[in-house]
Design a protein around this ligand. Structure first.
Ligand SMILES: *Cc1c(COP(=O)(O)O)cnc(C)c1O
Length: 371
């Protein structure tokens, strides 16, 4: 068999992630690899930290990128904040809430599930009731931007509820960051994680996270060691923070971090608030086109994520067959429905670099050809 270099086809990425990565970010990743303890590299890591603080709108010192994808950010949050027997209220209104439950169980915690229908936002009244029924709960965990359904919940109100009942909040904003308003300090969020391949449009494989002082305090006062060696924040921080004497923890994904640095610079140049606005403007543009095609949204107008559009597949249209056509004939990737929504919805991502008029026109044109 003749093996050759892999040349990927040129796709338009309008699914639930990854999003299109700009040439500028790809060029940054192609620069020469240097040592991860090289002073030049270390000062770039310091800049990434500052740029992430900008993106999250936080002064949290404990802000950096975990060297693994979004799921590792989730695991890192639960591994460090959950101790044996801790009750954790998990708001589940889609796919990712279930994974939070798995995490809590594996780290010895007790998950208390608050369920909402897929496609609905998290109901504050139900969460409040759960907090009243479980006064010994320690944490409230929820997804800001549910990528499985395209629903946005309210991190500010949910964190306030958590604090009113002496709980910390853990927030999944893998799809939220840079796509919809998020103010970590102003909303007093305790632990939050994201991903690089959604609205930041860097390559997949890194997870920006940020922890408040209250969260740091809980980690410091743990009675037992964090059960994951790799994700133990006490160890990782001496790598990301070790002023002057950074000690070896693991070899950083050097070129991926060049890419994240560049993607964050692009975000800073655009401005975080303009980035939120761009996502909303392009969502409205796509929505208009979809409405003209007679296509309906799954989610109530007020609760929709601009960067993830869940739409009903028109009657009589074969899900798999048409997505195959979109990919093969139009180089267009969109997302399928998950769980009970499989075969019923498509998920059209307008994340980061993928959120632009050219993509929207291409998407509407291609969909009109397959329905
Ligand atoms: C994509 C996503 C994740 C997982 O991120 P990976 O980088 O795929 O590990 C977690 N939570 C939400 C809400 C996501 O959309």
């Amino acid at each position: 068999m003749q093996l050759e270099s892999f040349i990927p086809p040129s796709r338009v990425l309008m699914g639930p992630g990854p999003s299109d990565v700009s040439k500028r970010v790809l060029d940054a990743m192609a620069r020469p690899t240097i040592g991860h303890l090289d002073p030049e590299f270390i000062s770039m890591m310091d800049e990434i930290k500052k740029l992430l603080q900008y993106a999250f709108i936080t002064k949290n010192e404990l802000t950096f990128a975990v060297s693994a994808p979004g799921m590792a950010g989730m695991e890192c949050s639960f591994a460090n904040l959950v101790e044996e027997g801790d009750k954790v209220i998990i708001c589940k209104n889609g796919f990712f809430g279930e994974r939070m439950k798995e995490n809590v169980e594996r780290f010895g915690g007790v998950p208390i599930m608050v369920d909402d229908e897929w496609g609905k936002k998290i109901d504050l009244n139900k969460v409040e009731e759960a907090l009243k029924n479980h006064p010994d709960a320690k944490i409230v965990a929820f997804v800001h931007a549910e990528t499985s359904t395209g629903v946005m919940s309210d991190p500010k109100a949910l964190t306030k509820l958590a604090h009113d009942h002496d709980c910390l909040s853990i927030v999944d904003t893998v799809t939220g960051l840079a796509g919809v308003p998020l103010k970590v300090d102003e909303w007093e969020i305790d632990a939050i994680y994201s991903g690089t391949q959604k609205c930041l449009s860097a390559s997949p494989g890194l997870s920006p996270i940020s922890f408040s002082n209250a969260a740091k305090e809980k980690i410091k006062n743990r009675k037992t060691k964090v059960k994951s060696w790799f994700l133990d924040l006490n160890l990782i921080m001496s790598y990301w923070e070790g002023e002057g004497g950074r000690s070896y923890h693991h070899t950083a994904p050097i070129n991926a971090l060049y890419g994240l640095h560049e993607a964050l610079l692009i975000l800073k140049e655009i401005g975080i608030e303009n980035s939120w606005k761009k996502h909303m403007d392009n969502h409205l543009l796509l929505r208009k086109g979809l409405e003209d095609l007679g296509i309906d949204y799954l989610v109530n107008e007020n609760d929709r994520l601009p960067q993830l559009n869940s739409i009903y597949i028109p009657d009589g249209i074969d899900d798999l067959e048409s997505r195959k056509k979109l990919l093969n004939n139009y180089n267009l990737e969109i997302g399928a429905g998950l769980g009970a929504l499989a075969g019923k919805i498509w998920r059209i991502g307008l994340m980061g670099q993928s959120s632009n008029k050219k993509n929207i026109d291409h998407c509407l044109e291609s969909i009109s050809k397959v329905i």
